[in-house]
Design a protein around this ligand. Structure first.
Ligand SMILES: NC(=O)c1ccc[n+]([C@@H]2O[C@H](COP(=O)([O-])OP(=O)(O)OC[C@H]3O[C@@H](n4cnc5c(N)ncnc54)[C@H](OP(=O)(O)O)[C@@H]3O)[C@@H](O)[C@H]2O)c1
Length: 283
């Protein structure tokens, strides 16, 4: 039997990947949910899944966590700035434990992206390439939920304010990314790199789609990156965080989150969730 493990199983995507593996009718005993706090994955333990402590900052937990694991989904961490070292610690522990395949959640077009988040993913991709482990890069684009979760705010303001103009971006839901990760870690044959996204839209189209779904007027207002940053600072965000989020729109404007790849549909064997369906689900 093949033993699978998923890091970050206490997070939104990791938890869905564990569920997606169970949906493939794997025995729960063959799936290990890894989290730095296993209290947070008790719901998964209740399904029969094994749970183990794996803290990216504590290498000794990683070696124990990966004992007997054949295939690992490495969900990228959430502590920006620390992640390259954290992921390298996981890869080193995986090599020692004899893990045979790692599927890593990277970022769309990591090798050319201007996103500030990309260098940590590139560094992890390089560490994986230098390892002896078979590697599958799941280059996930933005979550559709990054926008659908903001619908209440959009409706309150009657506006989406951004700095990406009418540039197109491609997104997918966490459910679809999770299904793709489960497919990639369990498949016999995989590609080394998947560029993953499911639906493509512009911010003006997002506003139109939300208006149509809610019957309320939402318009897109384009501003400069500096104006977007200032607006978020005025709303109470610190300057660094505001600048970080606004810079994402600059990268979207450059096409960094746009792809015509059909890898996601191929991996999950169906059409990915459309923007309209994701909006309806969020409402
Ligand atoms: N594509 C996108 O739009 C997008 C957006 C945001 C993030 N991401 C990336 O995708 C990842 C998964 O997304 P998500 O929505 O599931 O994020 P999330 O809900 O914030 O989950 C992050 C997971 O990482 C775990 N983690 C953080 N630091 C850790 C450490 N030192 N050791 C072990 N585990 C650690 C968290 O554990 P705790 O529960 O203990 O905190 C949590 O399980 C994120 O971590 C980030 O790298 C992608």
């Amino acid at each position: 039997m093949t033993t699978y493990a998923v890091t970050g199983a206490s997070g939104q995507l990791g938890r869905k990947i564990v569920h997606a593996l169970l949906d493939l009718h794997l025995s729960p005993f063959d799936v290990i949910a890894l989290a730095r706090d296993t209290d947070k994955v008790e719901d998964l333990a209740a399904l029969g899944v094994r749970t183990r402590v794996a803290d990216y900052d504590q290498p000794e937990t990683l070696e124990a966590a990966l004992e007997g694991v054949d295939r690992l989904v490495l969900v990228s961490g959430s502590e920006v700035g620390k992640r390259a070292a954290q992921h390298q610690a996981v890869i080193a522990a995986a090599e020692k434990a004899g893990v045979q395949r790692i599927a890593y959640t990277s970022i769309l077009k990591a090798d050319t992206s201007t996103l500030g988040l990309a260098p940590e993913h590139v560094s992890t991709e390089q560490a994986l390439a230098a390892s002896s482990i078979e590697t599958v890069l799941l280059r996930n684009s933005w979550y559709t939920e990054n926008y659908t979760a903001q619908i209440p705010g959009y409706l309150e303001r009657g506006a989406i304010i951004g700095a990406a103009g009418d540039a197109a971006l491609s997104t997918a839901t966490r459910d679809d990314f999770a299904e793709a990760a489960a497919a990639a870690i369990t498949a016999d044959d995989v590609k080394p790199v998947y560029e993953l996204a499911g639906t493509t839209f512009t911010f003006p189209e997002l506003a139109t789609a939300i208006s149509a779904a809610t019957g309320k007027d939402v318009a897109y207002t384009n501003v400069t990156v500096e104006e977007l940053t200032a607006g978020m600072v005025a709303a109470g965000m610190d300057e660094g965080t505001a600048g970080f989020w606004a810079s994402i729109d600059a990268s979207i404007a450059q096409g960094d989150l746009y792809t015509e790849s059909t890898d996601l549909a191929e991996l999950i064997g169906r059409e990915p969730t459309s923007l309209d369906a994701a909006i309806k689900a969020a409402l």
